[in-house]
Design a protein. Structure first.
Length: 382
């Protein structure tokens, strides 16, 4: 098949971006011809792809950039014949739309109080940014206009689309992202654990808590820091703890929080890393208290490395696990007390080991090859 992939950034960081890269790699391995239309390209992440650079004519405001990308790709696609056009962005023409995030409409008014909804309606009426996003998004879910098939990255996303746009359940397929279990595996500890710990002055007997993500606010970093502080004060003298934060973004607010809680010397902000697997190898438990997290690749990769994971009950990956068996689920990810209690459970070495081993057994079934096969079946039915 000759397949076009539409995504603004074809790079190795970010959720949708990495899914696009991994799916392209898997499709290439199966002999398909892949063309990528993108504003930002890293040609080194996927050799064999034919790249079609999209001009970055409007960088800001972002909502106009989205429309410009949609208009440019619609025009350029007329020059080529493709068996399938798959988009990860809101565009004006594609056969398959792969949705990796909560609907914009959800963020504006679903689940809000009556007063808040009225305020948000007023914002939409006077702010062209909101209306622009909503119009472009709504077009994606009108069958036959922009897309023939909608694919969600989890049931959470599928249910969100149904609630916001009244789609029929049978019109939306769910394809979970995969994980490269040969790259992310427990053997990494032998290669990198000591190296990384030594670089941060962390002893081998210290329990390291890992957070990976760049949107610190949405992913609940402040709740984790408070939960870690409560745990440290409760078990002081019993175990040594450290918390590593891997990801980009403004961190001053969170560093100040750690200082106010008197744990600033125990929380290390690493920044962005292209070798996140090294930090999985150096850590003992992975925590992501993010609300409405679609399907975090970092969670899958942590599980593949046999790290016990603590995640929100309302998240895409939570659909794949059993609480207490291969993961620990937070009923309220904004509760520092609940985070502390879950962390207290994994202070037990046997519990950590059991959760980690069961987690890896689970996720190795979710390979990129399997995800690719599911997408090919969807292509065939489109």
């Amino acid at each position: 098949m000759k397949i076009a992939i539409l995504i603004k950034r074809f790079i190795q960081t970010g959720g949708a971006e990495r899914i696009a890269v991994e799916l392209s790699r898997s499709l290439l391995k199966k002999g398909h011809e892949i063309h990528v239309y993108s504003q930002e390209l890293n040609e080194n992440v996927c050799t064999g792809v034919v790249f079609h650079p999209i001009k970055h004519r409007i960088r800001k405001p972002i909502h106009l950039n989205s429309w410009d990308f949609a208009i440019q790709t619609a025009r350029l696609l007329k020059r080529e014949q493709y068996d399938i056009v798959q988009s990860f962005e809101r565009v004006l023409r594609s056969d398959v739309f792969y949705v990796t995030c909560i609907c914009y409409r959800n963020w504006i008014w679903r689940g809000q109080s009556r007063t808040k909804k009225i305020i948000n309606y007023m914002k939409v009426a006077i702010d062209p940014r909101h209306m622009s996003y909503l119009v472009l998004e709504s077009l994606q879910f009108r069958k036959g206009i922009c897309n023939n098939k909608v694919v969600a990255t989890s049931k959470l996303i599928k249910e969100d689309i149904i609630a916001n746009y009244r789609q029929m359940p049978q019109e939306i397929e769910v394809v979970y992202p995969g994980v490269e279990s040969k790259t992310f595996q427990p053997g990494l500890r032998d290669s990198y654990r000591k190296e990384v710990r030594d670089s941060y002055g962390i002893g081998d007997d210290v329990v390291v808590i890992l957070f990976v993500g760049s949107e610190f606010k949405r992913k609940g970093l402040r709740f984790l820091i408070e939960g870690v502080a409560r745990l440290i004060h409760e078990i002081k003298g019993e175990k040594e703890l450290r918390c590593l934060v891997v990801g980009g973004g403004p961190s001053a607010e969170y560093q100040a929080q750690a200082m106010a809680l008197e744990i600033s010397d125990l929380v290390t902000f690493v920044g962005l890393s292209s070798e996140v697997e090294k930090y999985f190898a150096a850590s003992d438990v992975f925590v992501l208290p993010s609300q409405n997290e679609p399907s975090s690749l970092a969670v899958l990769e942590a599980m593949a490395c046999e790290l016990p994971v603590i995640i929100a009950e309302e998240s895409g990956i939570a659909e794949l696990v059993k609480d207490g068996f291969d993961a620990l689920l937070l009923s309220d990810p904004t509760s520092a007390q609940e985070i502390k209690e879950k962390l207290l459970l994994v202070m037990n070495d046997d519990k950590r080991r059991s959760l980690g081993m069961n987690g890896r057994k689970n996720v190795i079934e979710h390979s990129w090859e399997n995800a690719c096969d599911q997408m090919l079946r969807i292509y065939d039915s489109t």
